[in-house]
Design a protein around this ligand. Sequence first.
Ligand code: F6P
Length: 457
Amino acid sequence: MSRLVIVSNRVPVPEKGGIVPAGGLAVALKAALEERGGIWMGWSGKSSGESEPEPLTVTQQGKIGYALTDLTDTDVEEYYHGFANRVLWPICHYRLDLAEYGRKEMAGYFRVNRFFAHRLAPLIQPDDVIWVHDYHMIPLAAELRQMGFKNKIGFFLHIPWPPADVLFTMPVHEEIMRGLSHYDLVGFQTDHDLENFAGCLRREGIGDEVGDGKFSSHGRTFGGGAYSIGIETAAFAEFAKRASSNIMVRKARQSVEGRDLIIGVDRLDYSKGLTQRIDAFERFILANPGQQGRVTYLQITPKSRSEVPEYESMQRMVAEQAGRVNGAIGTVDWVPIRYINRSIGRNVLAGLYRLGKVGLVTPLRDGMNLVAKEYVAAQDSEDPGVLVLSRFAGAARKLDGALLVNPYDVDATANAIARALSMPAEERRQRWQGMMTHLLEHDVSRWCDDFLADLAA
Ligand code: F6P
């Protein structure tokens, strides 16, 4: 079996005691790396100021070598905050209005990818299989090919791929499309993203599907497919069951005694539909005055990418809105929205999901959304909660037991909350069972195995 080299912007380096930071993706890829032996390369998350980053060092932990590099301040600004998060992220989430094109940032993105390729090159052996993750690293394969590497190289995009009319507003869309053609296999979250990709190739006349899951463009033939990422379903379900006795979860349970809990968990990002969601909750209360004082909406929203102006203004906007709604509909003994602006440990989170009668996952656009999957996995099979899910999250394409909503339609989301809270137990169990069966069959290990098997083929 070939050695695996994984490359991603963020690397889940084990903390003291060998514990890998939270996340099903990290767990699955770590398992694949441990089986084959391999390297995980990426950004350390640190800056070297304006001096050249130190040479790459590989920290070996069992069969995995973690290879991290710092980036200069300019690199972080142009590549990460600039092109990745102010151009590719909004464009891939259909937010043309938020994309900020700058020649410097675009050049920085390609320059940092070349830098990553040069740092990675000495570590690559001829039989290694290289698996690159996410939008930060699209040009990496082209750089490696230019240096003469003939290894199998796969790419998986964790976020949505937009239609041609959206993508083509980006000045360097041609280079981005060409970058993808240098991979042997390009994986998307859903069929919809894959269709959009095929549409982009066709529209410019730069390529097409050539059958059998293959595409041809820029003089290369490569595979393309939809591989919906899963979670560690069985383990997470067990984890959530045990988390019920966690002291923080017990405190949370006592604090909502006699009330139903609605839970939302998202990074603070404009793609998550937080303002529409808070509006929907307010509208639900106003339309159902009998629910006043009987529900608590807990929204856990760690800050994210605060250096990017759109995120900074979003932080202010959501905090103000939560405060305004609490002021408008709260009473002397009831705070309707509990808004938490920091990360919560994974074990507590699992227990909170299980406490939630309703899981509100209403992004305006999302590649997959693993919170939706974790919420389902965390439920008690006898008395499961109801998932209210945006039809614009990749997860909606398979989780058909959820109440699907259009998050732009605030009244419809408000109605879905009301329906979820009054749903009879039998219907809740039936809906949950179908989703849980799907999640058990399509867990993160299967995702990983499917992708790597296709890449090998
Ligand atoms: O899932 C999309 C993603 O952008 C990952 O690539 C990334 O690690 C995560 O969200 C969190 O974002 P960031 O690394 O910018 O904090």
